[in-house]
Design a protein around this ligand. Structure first.
Ligand code: NAD
Length: 469
């Protein structure tokens, strides 16, 4: 088996050969990824059931189709994304060709997390391939069945000279990171992100960080409570709460909470039945360690469990749970929950809710439910987050035309659609000069004079563009 550095070297040789530069080569690889997903859908469903007991429905939506849609989007737009972008000019550069050229970065590394183990590797890979890079993907060892399938399929469908899968946990990833990459995209926790940055700093490698945090959900003013409850329950308990964009906690007035609770109970019962543990539509927590962590957070909470709360260690099961009377300093509010536990905190005004959100790190997603557009706008304009969605959860990240990524502690940079292509491209500033207007050039050569200076200032200013048009 090749060592890490042999794999990186092999890909670097392929990159330098220029094979990935051709549009047709990129197209072929993207089409091969579509075939890989379509021809192996059943196996993909099986491995995700092994890793997380993910229902087929959720696998198709959030692991297979979201990536296939991204692939079709990239293939349809590849030509225009690759085109040179001509820019406006001033008098001094009027006769020159001035454009931005998107160039691949080289050999890039994509490190994935376990909660959407296929999507989080292949979706960024779409942008990296479209941009013409060679790519190493490192799946999470925690979702081992999916990692093994990815390691089996990628070499079957993609060029082995240009793309590779490296498997392993923390130690193997640290060893892999000793190699020089031209870009690293990391998805995972904030703590590990710090060691990724340290390793990248050695080679001055640019990094995109797709991290987590606590995504707030603010419910305020006039609101359709039944629809709110259904949308919220779906977004929170999809993949058993193990989504980086899951609503982490709810903020609402005491009256809204009292009215919402019966609707939440109805929605949970409608979706998962009287006995959610027997319902095939609810995933399990990925490992005993992660299960114990969520249960410990719940155990340390001073809040009151009003829905769910049941659990089964052997089955890594936690019931869809709602906790009320939760204070800002509660255990459930100190870190991302990443499980099917929904704390509700009471606020007396919109300003109080906004202030609470702004006291915390900037979240990956922020949700507001209200029929009053002024409430939605007020929250949008007075907060910051990676993404924003009103009157629903998670859905904003399914649209390839919107960038997906965090801000501040929830991440750096973004991908999806054109944004992924841009992340893995260098925007090279190009000016192709001719030999004309040498007289005009004479303005910048010594001997300097006040007259030359004022002509130069005018010819280089945006005003000279306007007066030329
Ligand atoms: P994790 O940080 O434990 O692992 C992620 C990856 O890092 C894995 O491939 C793992 O092998 C590797 N890794 C682990 N320890 C390492 C180390 N010391 N050095 C180098 N590599 C190491 O994260 P996780 O538990 O897999 O994922 C959960 C977190 O990821 C949550 O915070 C969640 O919100 C976040 N997340 C974010 C997004 C997003 O798109 N923003 C998506 C999914 C998950």
């Amino acid at each position: 088996m090749d060592t890490h550095s042999q794999v990186v070297d092999r890909l670097r040789v392929a990159f330098r050969s220029g094979v990935t530069i051709q549009e047709q080569f990129r197209r072929t690889q993207l089409n091969n990824l579509i075939s890989m997903l379509k021809e192996n859908e059943e196996q993909i469903i099986n491995v995700l059931h092994k890793d997380l007991a993910k229902p087929k429905f959720e696998v198709v939506l959030s692991e297979v189709d979201i990536v296939i849609n991204e692939l079709y989007f990239a293939i349809a737009n590849l030509k225009s994304w690759m085109k040179q972008e001509y820019v406006s000019k001033n008098l001094a550069t009027k006769l020159d060709d001035c454009f931005v050229r998107r160039e691949p970065l080289g050999v890039v590394l994509i490190i994935g997390a376990w909660n959407y183990p296929l999507q989080l590797l292949i979706l960024p890979m779409v942008g990296a391939i479209a941009a013409g890079n060679c790519v190493i993907v490192k799946p999470s060892e925690i979702s081992a069945a999916t990692a093994n399938l990815i390691a089996e399929l990628i070499p079957k469908y993609l060029s082995q000279d240009c793309y590779a899968v490296v498997q392993g946990g923390a130690e193997e990833t640290k060893a892999l990171l000793q190699n020089r990459f031209d870009h690293i995209l990391y998805t995972g926790s904030q703590n590990v992100a710090r060691s990724i940055l340290q390793a990248a700093a050695v080679h001055l490698t640019p990094v995109t960080l797709e991290l987590g945090g606590k995504c707030p959900c603010l419910i305020y003013g006039q609101v359709n409570l039944a629809a709110t409850a259904r949308r919220l329950v779906w977004a929170k308990y999809f993949n058993s709460g193990q989504s980086c964009v899951a609503p982490d906690y709810v903020l609402c007035s005491p009256a809204a909470r009292d009215a919402l609770l019966p609707e939440l109970r109805i929605a949970i019962k409608d979706f998962y039945g009287e006995e959610p543990q027997a319902c095939p539509d609810l995933s399990r927590i990925v490992s005993l360690r992660h299960w114990t962590h969520v249960m410990e957070l719940l155990g340390r909470s001073k809040g009151k469990v009003v829905v769910g709360g049941e659990s089964d260690q052997e089955d890594k099961y936690i019931a869809p749970t709602v906790v009320v009377d939760v204070a800002e300093d509660d255990a459930l509010m100190q870190e991302e929950i990443f499980g099917p536990v929904m704390p509700i905190l009471c606020i007396d005004s919109l300003e109080e809710g906004i202030a609470l959100i702004n006291r915390k790190e900037k979240p990956l997603a922020l949700y507001v439910f209200s029929e009053e557009s002024s409430v939605v706008t007020t929250v949008l304009e007075n907060t910051s987050s990676g993404g924003f969605c009103s009157n629903d959860g998670i859905l904003h990240m399914t649209l390839p035309s919107l960038p997906f990524g965090g801000v501040g502690a929830s991440g750096w940079g973004s991908y999806h659609g054109r944004w992924g292509f841009e992340t893995f491209s260098h925007r090279r500033a190009c000016m192709l000069r001719g030999w004309g207007l040498e007289k005009l050039n004479g303005l910048r050569y010594p001997p300097y004079s006040e007259r030359k200076l004022s002509w130069l200032r005018w010819s280089a200013s945006p005003k000279s563009i306007c007066s030329l048009m």
